[in-house]
Design a binder for this molecule. Structure first.
Ligand code: CP3
Length: 344
């Protein structure tokens, strides 16, 4: 029964030992079976938009490891993709994104068309929910407004983030409007995933660390709040996790956010400071350096134990500070789970 899930119990504020554990990008290239699938179906968008394939990939991690949650296999760029921006994933080269007029991309958006275009993703969610059974929670996700704008506005420019920063500084009113519009679209996408069967949602602000302090409120906190409020209004009990990767402000800043269940930390955020300063009702998750997975066993075990020690005093979910590196050995991923399971 889901009600017994250590992950959900922790999200409801219980400090559970052993700690629940799952990994960012746990359904990715470090898994031989994922690489085999990727060869069979080389088009990344096909992997995301064929419900039987996306749901099958989502279950790969639990076939190999006793992780405490499944994250649905998809991508944060599905939103600009269905809005009509041309985005290609090229093997070994990363992504190629066409430049577009951000305002018309977000202005021409039609809610019915959006639902129709993303329907295969929601079908994939429902199929995953059925495949994984009643014991494991399913996480849905979306990119955060600022991070999605770095792809929509920054697109094909050499310095994607630098270009987006400059655009935001030069066109403040327009930028605020773009943030509002994309926030509403993101909130809709998260609510749709909840209605299709997700038990938890996570918002990825992968480039939060690039925002200048003077714009924390307008570019980060206000858009996050807008989304959290909408998801919570739609589904009052769904836990919402926020990943403000590499955020450079103070842990105290998160005290003002309403409707936030948990904060996912990256390895470059001061974990001890977060443990000491984030209000009690916000659960902490993550923080393990993904590169620890490439170290020898002794170093890896030491780093996992150290993180468990630092976070002992509060509800905590073990995870990485960013995705599993494609070259991570499977036995090291397994080792992390083993160490976490033995730590009481
Ligand atoms: O965590 C999971 O297992 C669920 C699936 C997931 C993917 N992407 C699948 C994926 C999640 C949660 C994401 C989020 C995502 N996507 C983020 C936010 C988190 C982060 O990494 O900062 C971002 C910025 C993206 C955008 C993205 N997706 C890029 C820039 C790339 C290409 C570079 C790269 O890492 O390969 C991707 C591709 C992608 N998304 C892969 C996977 C498994 C690997 C490519 C492939 O399978 O061919």
């Amino acid at each position: 029964m889901l009600i017994n899930s250590p992950f959900l119990k922790t999200l409801s504020g219980e400090s559970i030992f052993p700690r629940p554990v799952w990994f960012l990008r746990q359904a990715g290239r470090y898994l031989p079976i994922y690489r085999k699938f990727a060869e069979l179906i080389p088009d990344f968008w096909e992997r995301c938009f064929a419900p039987d394939i996306a749901s099958e990939i989502s279950t790969f991690p639990i076939q190999d490891f006793p992780v405490d949650a499944v994250i649905f296999f998809s991508d944060i760029l599905t939103i600009p993709h269905v809005l009509g921006q041309k985005i290609e994933f090229r093997k070994g080269e990363g992504i190629a994104i066409d430049n577009c007029d951000p305002f018309s991309l977000l202005d021409n958006y039609n809610i019915n068309q959006f639902h129709k275009d993303l329907f295969p993703v929601y079908q994939g969610v429902t199929m995953t929910r059925l495949k994984i059974g009643d014991d494991i929670p399913l996480i849905g996700f979306a990119g955060a407004p600022w991070t999605l704008l770095t792809y929509i506005v920054g697109a094909n420019h050499n310095d994607r983030i630098g270009y987006t920063l400059e655009y935001g500084l030069k066109n403040p009113t327009l930028f605020t409007e773009l943030l509002k519009r994309i926030s509403d679209i993101i909130a809709q996408h998260l609510c749709n995933q909840v209605s299709a069967g997700c038990d938890v949602v996570q918002i990825f602000d992968s480039w939060a660390g690039a925002v200048p302090e003077a714009h924390y409120d307008e570019w980060l906190f206000q858009p996050w709040q807008r989304i959290l409020d909408k998801v919570r209004a739609y589904s009052p009990k769904t836990p919402c996790i926020l990943f403000p990767r590499s955020y450079r402000g103070s842990p105290n800043d998160f005290a003002h956010l309403q409707n936030l269940t948990a904060l996912h930390l990256s390895e470059d955020m001061n974990i001890e400071d977060y443990v000491n300063k984030v209000p009690e009702h916000i659960v902490l998750q993550g923080g393990l350096d993904p590169l620890a997975l490439l170290e020898d066993e002794k170093t890896l075990v030491g780093k996992v134990q150290n993180l468990l020690d630092i976070t002992r005093s509060r509800p905590f979910i073990m995870n990485l500070g960013h995705g599993v590196p494609p070259e991570a050995p499977l036995e090291n991923v397994r080792k992390v789970i083993e160490v976490v399971s033995a730590y009481c």
